[in-house]
Design a protein around this ligand. Structure first.
Ligand SMILES: [Zn+2]
Length: 447
């Protein structure tokens, strides 16, 4: 037996209308994120993939499907699906599995509590796939990679530990909503989660696959495959090009959440922060190329970005040029405006509008309340700013919020073990044995 698709599509339409109805009035900030229709379809396809028993009845399939939605915290959607088949929901018999499932979901929804603890945001750079290439000191220095990067091995180890620690991926845009009375302001929104869960935002900086990283054991770019999933394109140690599911944070997290839907609040993944000077996601959109070539690169990158957004990923501006003027605090208003304009002109056609700005080098100076920089960002539609810092909270500045982030990279896992141990996991369980000993220079800034 197979689930009646027509019936489900009708039900989806109803859910979509209800969901969008509920979200009327939200600003573009909150319109980022996974579309509910895609989520429901993807979940159904995953369930189908998982089902090994072909002789399952329609009722059993519906239960598996609803259960997967429940695990992903799609309570209303799961109930809707079950009620799409009223004959089952209303059946009179000793066993009423559909009715019991509806009750179970209703209980889960009713048990949500308002979260008021620390607000965690951790960040990464693109992951090291081949430590033997990253740490060989050919090309870019091994020291920089050793400090500011995380390896695939480490990222994969962290996920179950974070999940066991009660963390649940949360969309940064779900922290705010627009203020109906004062449209120029944002309001902090209540966070409702299952008891004991801690919201966790993650971001990945510089997902540009820069030229300097070639031959150093990173992915080359992200690619959308025929199966609708985004893969990493990697040159393996034999020099062959491969599409892999574990060449960076994105496919690894997508697969992890597929298997562990409870780790994500309604499909939330993370924020992909892009600069612009070498294009986006591994596609070069650069002044040296012709307009036609750049248009093609933009279109290719957009296909990948659209697929990522449908899977719960958000995008952020990480400045166009990642200029050293940010780091040394000498960025003038004029330079800052031009830099932001260039990003909007070059990268926004790939990512679509975003309201998230992640500062290069983690600087907080540009986000100061009342500063001309933050005013400029707000005027350009940004209202969520992220710098680097260890205060686990959100600063509400009227028409924008600022949220500090902490790095989970080689430097922090070696030099900042205590903070990681206190909040997240035992770093010694995670550290890649292939890392060389960490030597730190006097100056240390990279984000
Ligand atoms: Zn950066």
């Amino acid at each position: 037996m197979r689930i009646n698709f027509k019936k489900l599509i009708i039900s989806w339409s109803a859910i979509i209308i209800t969901t969008f109805g509920a979200y009327t009035g939200l600003n573009m900030a909150e319109s980022q994120g996974a579309e509910i229709e895609t989520i429901l379809k993807n979940t159904l396809l995953e369930v189908r993939k998982d089902l090994t028993a072909d002789n399952m009845t329609e009722k059993e399939e519906i239960l598996v499907y609803a259960d997967k939605l429940l695990r992903g915290h799609y309570y209303d959607e799961a109930i809707e699906i079950l009620w799409t088949f009223p004959d089952y929901a209303l059946e009179v018999s000793d066993e009423q599995p559909i009715r019991s499932k509806i009750k179970e979901i209703e209980r889960a929804k009713a048990s949500l509590v308002k979260y008021s603890g620390a607000l965690h945001h951790v960040f990464f750079h693109s992951l090291i796939v081949y430590p033997e290439l990253a740490f060989d000191n050919k090309g870019h220095s091994a020291q920089g990679y050793n400090m500011w990067m995380t390896t695939v091995y480490e990222f994969k180890k962290m996920l179950p530990l974070l999940k066991e620690g009660g963390y649940i991926l949360y969309n940064i845009t779900d922290f705010i909503e627009s203020d109906d009375l004062k449209p120029e302001r944002v309001k902090l929104k209540d966070i409702m989660l299952p008891p004991g869960k801690i919201p966790l935002v993650i971001s990945i900086d510089d997902v540009n696959y820069y030229e300097y990283m070639k031959h150093d054991g990173f992915a080359n770019c992200l690619v959308l495959s025929d199966d609708g999933r985004v893969y990493t394109q990697v040159v393996n140690l034999e020099g062959e090009i491969e599409l892999t599911r574990d060449g960076d944070v994105m496919p690894i997290l997508d697969d992890y959440v597929d298997k562990n839907p409870e780790f994500s609040w309604r499909g939330a993944k993370g924020i992909i922060a892009l600069t612009g000077f070498q294009g986006a996601l591994g596609y070069r959109i650069i002044p040296e190329k012709s307009k036609e070539e750049n248009d093609i690169a933009t279109a290719k990158a957009k296909i990948v970005a659209d697929a990522l957004k449908k899977n719960g990923w958000l995008f952020a501006c990480h400045s166009y040029g990642h200029s050293a003027f940010f780091r040394n605090g000498t960025i003038t208003n004029d330079k800052f405006k031009k830099d932001t304009e260039k990003w909007i002109k070059t990268i926004e056609p790939v990512t679509g509008k975003t309201n998230i700005y992640i500062s290069p080098y983690g600087v907080s100076m540009i986000f100061a309340r009342g500063s001309s920089y933050s005013k400029h960002l707000v005027e350009n539609g940004f209202n969520i700013f992220c710098h680097v810092g260890e205060r686990r909270e959100i600063y509400h500045h009227g028409n924008y919020i600022a949220m500090p982030r902490m790095n989970l990279d080689g430097y922090k896992m070696v030099k900042g073990k205590n903070a990681i141990r206190k909040y997240y996991f035992e770093p010694d369980l995670v550290l890649d044995p292939e890392r060389p000993p960490l030597v730190t220079p006097s100056k240390k800034t990279k984000t």
